[in-house]
Design a protein around this ligand. Structure first.
Ligand SMILES: [Zn+2]
Length: 469
């Protein structure tokens, strides 16, 4: 039996093991790791983990160490004089000396496969029980039992943490490859700090907004492209600080369909259109004054927030002031199928109806029906516009009906628990009409607003959202 395995279950342990593997080499897997490998990691890593010393700023060091392991850690304890790194190294080597191979079962809370032989508080494992102080540990004890191998791995977990506005993002996933891709990104930065002799601590891409930081990391992870497409990868990201006075924990969950959708858009021709959609989700940004991504990357982004909260982002696909789609029907269909679980038959029917309405508007030579559809504030108003279009199509000599009764009930306005999500259908129709007619509307001088700078706030505020009925 080996000392470690992939995905043992405890996020701090798995993060540490992933950091150790990645440090040892791209192809190294947990099952191969020996105590000699662990000693090698200690020799190489301990010298760069030194905490930042205000009295010697020129020496550089980890600025965030105390927020991960508190000031009582061997590397930061105020009463520890002399070479603190030597004390830390000794503690790590001691863990290695006591590390046993995995067995069938045990009472270590980290692996459940070995018996606990060391008692750790939040100085040893972030957020672990600590008496009177707020903690995130179920038994309100002073600590909990770990085995030496897990205790060792946790000490190395900072290698794979992302720093974000005084807190840290730690990834856990059902996919080992996803964890490795995240860790590789973090370690590349730490290796670079080591080469430049400018040690500053955990990888910090400058995202004080943890949700935006999570989406940034997702973007970077999918670039590695090593995750298998048949894996249903979901991510849990723990945003925490173990800082003495105010430990905090927030958990973000990215469901497998969202991650899958993001993987596809980032690796396809949809990438640029997706960037426009994401951009439209930032609130209160004056795009005319933006000089670089730094000016807005920490602003609240509703596209990201809605994706994490299982809410629709359909309206961000519409640039309503410009009467223009963001992306094309294929990208929108991809989102609706992958993330919103919409069936293909419904999408096909809405697309056909959108095409018919667009043709009718073009033949009529005016955009009256389009503006009526945009302004519809109720299911009744929306149905009335469609009724006008049906009548006009008859007078225009159209051969096919706009839709059948069956299409209407099953695909256009299906009811769920007596609620008809009419505005969703309306927005889909608008998207298709914009896609078909934007050029024509411009030629006719019916739309003069063509800058893709308007945010969704400009065209539809939260309070203006039409009610479903
Ligand atoms: Zn263990």
């Amino acid at each position: 039996m080996a000392i470690y395995e992939k995905l043992m279950g405890n996020p701090f342990v798995d993060t540490g093991i992933c950091g150790i593997c990645e440090w040892l080499g791209r192809g190294v897997q947990p099952e191969q790791i020996t105590t000699t490998d662990l000693e090698k990691v200690v020799t190489e890593v301990v010298p760069i983990l030194r905490p930042f010393d205000k009295k010697k700023p020129e020496a550089h060091g980890w600025k965030n160490w105390v927020s991960i392991f508190t000031t009582n850690h061997p590397l930061t304890h105020p009463s520890k004089k002399g070479d603190r790194a030597a004390g830390f190294k000794e503690a790590l080597l001691n863990h290695i000396a006591n590390a046993e191979n995995l067995s069938q079962s045990g009472d270590c809370i980290g692996c459940g496969r070995r018996d606990a032989n060391i008692w750790l508080s939040r100085t040893g494992v972030p957020l672990t029980g600590s008496g009177k102080l707020r903690n995130f540990f179920p038994t309100f004890a002073e600590g909990v039992g770990y085995c030496s191998a897990c205790a060792f791995a946790i000490q190395l977990s900072p290698l794979a943490l992302v720093a974000t506005g005084g807190r840290f993002l730690m990834l856990h996933s059902n996919s080992w490859n996803a964890l490795r891709a995240w860790t590789r990104k973090c370690l590349e930065d730490i290796q670079l700090q080591r080469i430049r002799l400018e040690i500053s601590g955990c990888f910090n891409p400058g995202y004080a907004n943890p949700r935006n930081g999570l989406f940034y990391m997702t973007r970077e992870m999918v670039e590695f492209g090593e995750m298998r497409w048949d894996e249903d990868i979901s991510l849990q990201v723990y945003c925490f600080t173990n800082f003495g006075q105010g430990p905090e924990l927030e958990i973000f969950y990215m469901p497998a369909p969202v991650f899958r959708f993001l993987r596809i858009v980032h690796q396809s021709e949809f990438k640029i259109a997706w960037q426009q959609i994401v951009r439209s989700g930032y609130s209160k940004v004056n795009w005319a004054k933006v000089k670089s991504e730094e000016d807005y990357k920490n602003r609240t982004n509703r596209v990201y927030e809605n994706l994490l909260e299982d809410r629709s982002i359909l309206r961000y696909f519409l640039n309503r002031p410009a009467q223009k789609p963001r992306g094309n029907w294929e990208l929108l269909s991809l989102y609706l199928k992958e993330v919103r679980n919409m069936d293909q038959a419904r999408l096909n029917k809405i697309k056909d109806v959108g095409d018919f309405i667009a043709d009718s508007i073009r033949v009529s030579g005016r955009d009256r029906r389009l503006t009526q559809l945009e302004r519809a504030k109720s299911y009744r108003e929306c149905r009335n516009v469609l009724r006008f279009v049906i009548r006009e199509r008859i007078s225009q000599g159209a051969q096919e009906p706009l839709f059948s009764l069956e299409d209407y009930v099953e695909h256009l306005f299906p009811a769920s628990n007596n609620v008809t999500f009419w505005s969703e259908t309306r927005d889909l129709l608008l998207f298709r009409i914009y896609e078909k007619l934007h050029g024509w509307l411009q030629e006719q001088g019916l739309v003069d607003f063509d800058e893709d700078t308007a945010s969704v706030d400009d065209d539809l505020s939260e309070t203006d959202l039409p009610k479903e009925d």
